[in-house]
Ligand binder design. Structure first.
Ligand SMILES: Nc1ncnc2c1ncn2[C@@H]1O[C@H](COP(=O)(O)OP(=O)(O)OP(=O)(O)O)[C@@H](O)[C@H]1O
Length: 600
């Protein structure tokens, strides 16, 4: 079994030797693969990891290319830009700044769009920027800009493809490392939660819009740097490679390579570039040179690959490479970690949560009517009621996922009016979900670590450069501790999706505990648990109560509830019909009526 590091070293060695062994023509091809892969890497992050489809990446490539072309070839630059003239490196800085500004504006405008509107938005700005490149006179119109200077590095002029090769591939490898570092960090977990876990992530305190903007920005910057490298490799540019058709090609490369993997970017760029070249050489011999047959065959091949392997080629390739690159390796302890700071717990008996006459209407339907309840520190309260009684709706009002039509929820003395579920999480409320919400492909440990999101503060940059290792170790140690506490210590490195449903519910409790809350909202925690697991859960909740935690749970399992909780609030048709000690509720006629239809 080969170690990933050995494969990487071999790969770098082959790269280093390539310009010495391969003919120029092939080096040119490899340069293109490197340039494309850099753009596709951004798409893997944006589309594969973040779940946002962009057809407009080629426009960002154009921004990087044109910024540098303009600055390095224009004789008389405006005074305020003169400092950046004639040096490709300074032009790169300007290109990066320009792309960042454009990406932030476009991202702010389009990333809030949902469904098909986002891809349509990317097509719109992709086309707009393309026409801009062709229209602006200073950018050479459709003729383009020629005579770009060569890049010099440490006094060496990179005037040949063989020399640019080293720069292109070094930048690409650096970008891959940065991306991988980022994905294996606190910010990375938040980013990975974007696809399929946004509601959960927000409840854990993640600002999902910010995470989207971050990957949008990074992918735009990768594209712009690729554009800069392209411009100074070709030393001539025109708008053609920055149009929508290239934007679609980049997306295809990501899909073919494997949109969920960083290395898939390289595979996708490599396979598609080689294939296109090969078809362009081969088909004219077979079919004549009249039609663009390669485009048709190319399209059919893409459909075939997508059909056979929707995850792209990388997962197939991994089956043949004798290497086990599991996130386990990335999560190993570096040594003892500092324990995270803890919130000062409220005093036993303090009022933690209070709902005052909460009403929630959905059109004509009143899901919650005049509901009031209280939860104190060191108390377990159950919210019960028949199906459709309005318990989940109430939970959503209490955790600021939804806003009451009238009435008020107060948490730790503060009204939740106008607060987001993220802010409420930061105040110390943490929850689990009726329908388990976790990221099935991620390890149990990483899933739980998302709960500790608000307890870390190191940002994207330190994650990309691995400067946040101490904090990361503390976050993972906390996740490990909470998993051991709930009895899932043996499953740290399993994929969360492989756990039984009952264990997934327990995982959600560990995740909620990771946030160091003073109030736990548990939505049907015992559903799907076996008897022994229920006993263990009850013990855990009792222990937490002993430590002063306030717990509110919705539960259908009456045996579990009666033996555990201090007080019960019963709902029917959106209203509170009873409240009291378990033994009183068990004999309450209104409750018996609601549950058993009037049986005594
Ligand atoms: N977003 C919504 N729009 C319209 N109606 C809704 C919405 N959410 C809930 N309801 C309705 O409100 C009522 C209460 O639903 P809710 O899910 O809160 O009940 P519940 O007590 O949690 O039920 P269960 O035990 O089956 O989960 C139901 O009639 C439901 O159809």
């Amino acid at each position: 079994m080969l170690k990933p590091r050995a494969i990487l070293t071999l790969f770098i060695l082959i790269l280093l030797l390539s310009p010495l062994l391969l003919p120029t023509y092939q080096i040119t091809l490899l340069n293109y693969i490197g340039l494309y892969a850099l753009v596709v890497l951004g798409l893997v992050l944006l589309t594969g990891v973040g779940g946002m489809t962009s057809f407009g990446q080629a426009a960002f490539v154009g921004l990087g290319a044109y910024a540098s072309a303009y600055l390095t070839t224009t004789e008389q630059l405006p005074d305020w830009l003169a400092w950046a003239g004639h040096s490709p490196w300074l032009a790169l800085l300007v290109g990066i700044a320009l792309t960042a500004v454009v990406a932030l504006i476009l991202g702010a405008l389009t990333l809030r769009l949902s469904g098909h509107y986002l891809p349509l938005g990317t097509i719109a700005w992709g086309i707009s920027l393309y026409y801009l490149f062709g229209t602006v006179e200073q950018l050479g119109g459709h003729t383009g800009v020629s005579n770009l200077p060569v890049i010099s590095l440490f006094g060496i002029a990179l005037d040949k493809g063989e020399k640019m090769f080293y720069l292109i591939w070094a930048v690409l490898l650096l970008a891959i490392v940065i991306t991988q570092n980022l994905l294996n960090s606190r910010e990375g977990r938040a980013i990975r939660a974007l696809k399929g876990g946004q509601l959960m992530a927000e409840a854990m305190g993640v600002n999902t819009f910010r995470s989207k903007l971050v990957i949008f920005l990074i992918s735009a910057l990768f594209a712009a740097v690729s554009g800069w490298l392209y411009a100074h490799t070709q030393r001539f540019i025109n708008p053609t490679p920055f149009g929508l058709s290239m934007g679609i090609d980049y997306l295809f490369m990501a899909l073919i390579g494997g949109v969920a993997s960083v290395w898939g970017a390289l595979v996708g760029a490599g396979v598609l570039t080689m294939l296109k070249q090969w078809l362009q050489d081969l088909l004219p011999h077979l079919l004549g040179s009249d039609g663009q047959y390669e485009t048709i065959i190319f399209g059919l091949l893409i459909i075939a690959v997508m059909h056979r392997s929707p995850g792209g080629l990388w997962p197939i390739l991994m089956r043949f490479i004798p290497v086990k690159l599991k996130s386990r390796q990335l999560l190993q302890e570096d040594g003892p970690a500092v324990r995270l700071d803890q919130r000062r717990p409220p005093r036993q008996g303090d009022l933690i949560l209070e709902a005052q006459q909460v009403t929630r209407r959905f059109g004509g339907l009143i899901a919650n009517n005049n509901m009031s309840l209280q939860v104190h520190a060191g108390e377990i309260v159950a919210l019960i009621g028949p199906n459709g009684a309005g318990k989940s709706t109430m939970f959503n009002q209490l955790s600021a996922v939804d806003t009451p039509t009238s009435g008020e929820v107060r948490f730790l003395g503060q009204s939740l009016k106008g607060k987001s579920s993220r802010e409420v999480a930061a105040m110390g409320m943490s929850r689990t979900f009726q329908h388990v919400k976790l990221l099935p492909g991620m390890t149990v440990l990483e899933n739980v670590a998302i709960g500790a999101h608000l307890r870390g503060e190191r940002g994207v940059l330190s994650a990309a450069l691995r400067l946040e290792r101490a904090e990361e170790q503390s976050l993972l140690q906390e996740a490990r501790y909470q998993l051991q506490r709930v009895g899932l210590g043996d499953y740290l490195y399993e994929e969360a999706g492989s756990l039984a449903l009952g264990q997934q519910r327990i995982l959600e409790i560990a995740r909620a505990l990771c946030a160091d809350p003073c109030l736990l909202l548990l939505d049907e925690p015992a559903a799907g648990l076996r008897f022994k697991e229920k006993q263990a859960l009850a013990e855990l909740l009792q222990k937490l109560r002993g430590e002063g935690m306030a717990i509110l749970l919705v539960e259908h399992d009456m045996d579990f509830v009666m033996g555990l909780v201090d007080r019960i609030v019963v709902m029917e048709f959106g209203e509170k019909i009873a409240e009291g000690l378990p033994q009183d509720i068990q004999t309450n006629p209104a409750v018996l009526e609601a549950y058993l239809g009037g049986a005594e």
